[in-house]
Design a protein around this ligand. Structure first.
Ligand SMILES: [Fe+2]
Length: 187
């Protein structure tokens, strides 16, 4: 991905997403996507940017989810981001947009963004409240406990299997990626 678009991604995030939990969610999704990219011979900058920008329009579309992803697509097309990335972002909201999510890029993005919620919730119930103390094994266990972090879509995470990653492997990549950016996430 070209340097200009990479630098621009941060500017766009700062402009559209205030410094709050949504921003941390975007940063966490970026970290997981970067870590996943090599498994798919993909560009970590490109996959990372998709993670960083996937919820760019959220504050504008949260009451009208049928537009979530499409508004972001408009912004990113104007900026010159690759269509492959834009389609992955749209497909993370496939159900509401009435489209299919089949490309590994989009499946990975939806799984990654859901995993951030589960992993962050896991850290928050630990005495230390630190990502550093999160064990993949515990996150896998909490996957099955639907009352835990109930807003997290487990199905999106399980779909990682469709692109060749077992849930345990996938969550392990997610835990390590988020631990690597714990400072920025404040966890
Ligand atoms: Fe998200």
């Amino acid at each position: 991905m070209d340097e200009r678009l990479l630098a621009r991604a941060r500017e766009l995030l700062n402009r559209h997403v205030p410094a709050d939990n949504l921003k941390k969610h975007c940063l966490a999704t970026e970290a997981i996507m970067r870590a996943l990219a090599p498994r798919f011979d993909a560009d970590p900058d490109l996959w990372g940017a998709a993670g960083l920008l996937h919820d760019l329009d959220y504050n504008e579309t949260k009451d009208d989810m049928a537009r979530h992803g499409d508004v972001t697509a408009g912004i990113l097309r104007e900026e010159g981001y690759p269509e492959e990335m834009i389609e992955a972002i749209r497909s993370h909201n496939a159900d509401n947009l009435g489209i299919e999510r089949t490309a590994p890029f989009g499946v990975a993005l939806a799984a990654a963004e859901s995993a951030t919620g589960l992993i962050a919730a896991m850290a928050l119930i630990l005495p230390s409240k630190k990502l550093a103390d999160v064990k993949t094994k515990s996150v896998v266990k909490r996957m099955k406990e639907t009352s835990f972090a109930r807003n997290v879509d487990r199905e999106d995470i399980r779909r990682a299997e469709q692109i060749g990653l077992g849930v345990r492997d996938f969550l392990d990549i997610g835990v390590k990626a988020m631990q690597g950016t714990a400072g920025e996430l404040g966890l």
